[in-house]
Structures are given as C-alpha cells and as structure tokens.
Design a protein around this ligand. Structure first.
Ligand code: SAM
Length: 276
C-alpha cells in the first residue's frame, strides 16, 4: 500500500470515520483524472486531482456523509441525486416498495398513487418504475426538496408520469388507490442525540416529528379517510418504537389496520391499512 493511502486512511480512522477503506476508495474515484477505476492496492497519485481530493477528504473528516459529498444515493433500483435539502433515502424505506408490489400484483394496472413527503422523489420514482401505468402525485412542503425531486424525476424521464407539487397533505382533495409516506418521525430527544452526520447534513424538516415524534401521524390520521378510495391502501413508515402509539392514533381514522412489517434489523418499520 502506498504512503499516500496509509496517511489518508489514518486521517479517516483518527477522525472516527466508520468505513475508512470504502470511503477513501470512493473519494479517490470521485477525484480521479484517469479512466480506470482506482483500487487502493495499486494506487498512484497521478490518477487523481490532488487538490480536489484534499477538499473532499476534509469534508468527510468534518463528518459530511459520502452521499452528500458525491450527491448520490442508491435506493431500490436507481441512483438518486441528493443534497443537504433532502433526507438520503434509506434501505428500510424500500419496505414501502416491497409491500406495494405484494398488494398490487398487476404491474400494468391503472391506479392512482400519492407519495406524501417525497423528498428526493425516491419512493414515487421507484413506484413509477414498478407500476408502468400508475398515475402518481408526489408532494412535499419543502421548496428545496421539490427542486431535488424535480431534478430526479426529469433525469429519469418520468415527468409525464409523476405530478410533483409543493404542498402539504391537508390540501390534497383528490382520492387515491394507494397512499405512501415516510414522514418526519424523530422525537426531540432523538434529535438531540443524533449523529453529527445526520444533524449537520440532513434537513430538520425531514426528521423532526415534534416532541414525541408523532405530530405528523396525529394530524394525518384525522384526514386520511377521505383521501383514500374505497378498497384503497395506506403504507406508512414509522419509527422503531412507535408501533403501539401509531396503532392507537389510527384507531379512529376509519381505516382497517392490516399488518406491520419489520426492517432488516427486526425493528417495526411499516404499517399497512386498508379502507373497506
Ligand atoms: C423523512 S423525509 C422522507 C423523504 C423521502 N420520501 C424518503 O423516504 O427518502 C420526510 C419528508 O416529508 C416532508 N414533509 C414534512 N411534513 C410534510 C407535510 N405536512 N406534507 C408534505 N410533506 C411533508 C419533508 O419536507 C421531507 O422531505
């Protein structure tokens, strides 16, 4: 291994960066000025723009996530543009796509989907890929998030399929066959104890769900009934400890609770309801 690699790996390790080898390789490749993929074992400094690399490395040392540095995050079957104005789409949210596919078995069916709090657009775009004839509305209250979602939707040439709107769910008057949402659900206590990676580089509006994390669910549960068609479904992401609270909150919503699903860490993550 070259001295250059050892020195920079040490810098990352000394600053408690959790996957230093992986991150270093990504940063080297993001600064490269040669064609071939760089691997650590036979790296030569002439393969990269050193000035660019040093700037990127310093950002990582200051705990900026790799995704925000390279403006890219994978979710389901795509890579998405991300920046500090949107939450990075997380693997546990892919459960929403999996459950949608289990419920709506016909990938060619014509039906209407609403994605509330679309952020980067990851859920809406992934559903558009899985259901080629679905009519999709994606909303968010953040102007900056809407710009990111718009960028992703246009890059993937889905602007004729996804109707993107800057608005809150209260203003939606239409009704849908499927409503999906990964809303903000962290408690005040969780926000106060969150890692620097999240606190400094992800938007608070995407994370904070009020003092007990339940503000969105409380308001939304009062309004969901009229926004779903008869026979429609709601697939909702929840925080790992919020199942019993959310079960109670949605008891008066008029919807029928079908099941909860856990994520790969065996934490409660998704609730599914139907409108009978
Ligand atoms: C946890 S992020 C989810 C982003 C994306 N859907 C994902 O799963 O990666 C929540 C998003 O909901 C948006 N949001 C918060 N309150 C909202 C509301 N009342 N109506 C619509 N969007 C809202 C935030 O701006 C943020 O982009």
């Amino acid at each position: 291994m070259s001295d250059f690699i050892s020195v920079n790996l040490k810098k990352l390790k000394d600053n408690k960066i959790s996957n230093p080898e992986i991150d270093l390789r990504i940063l080297l490749n993001y600064s490269r000025c040669c064609e071939n993929e760089i691997i650590l074992s036979n790296f030569k400094t002439e393969q990269i723009d050193i000035k660019k690399f040093n700037l990127l490395l310093n950002r990582r040392i200051l705990k900026e996530p790799i995704s925000k540095i390279i403006n890219r995050k994978s979710f389901w079957k795509d890579d998405f543009y991300v920046n500090k104005y949107v939450l990075d789409p997380r693997p546990e949210t892919e459960g929403i796509i999996e459950e949608s596919i289990k419920i709506f078995k016909d990938s060619k069916a014509h039906f209407k989907i609403l994605d509330i709090g679309t952020g980067s657009g990851a859920i809406a775009i992934s559903l558009a890929r899985e259901f080629e004839n679905a009519e999709i509305v994606a909303i968010d209250i953040s102007e900056d998030a809407i710009k990111v979602a718009n960028n992703n939707i246009k890059t993937k040439k889905l602007d004729k399929r996804i109707n993107l709107k800057k608005t809150s769910f209260e203003n939606i008057e239409d009704n849908f066959d499927l409503i999906v949402s990964n809303p903000p659900y962290l408690t005040l206590n969780e926000i106060n104890n969150i890692s620097d990676e999240i606190r400094n580089f992800e938007p608070l509006i995407a994370l904070f769900g009020g003092e007990n994390g339940l503000d969105f669910y409380q308001e939304f549960s009062k309004q969901i009934y009229n926004k779903l068609k008869k026979g429609g479904y709601l697939i909702l992401e929840i925080g790992a400890t919020q199942f019993s609270d959310c079960r109670e909150i949605f008891r008066d919503s008029g919807l029928n609770f079908l099941k909860k699903e856990q994520d790969l860490q065996k934490k409660d993550r998704i609730m599914i309801f139907s409108k009978l």
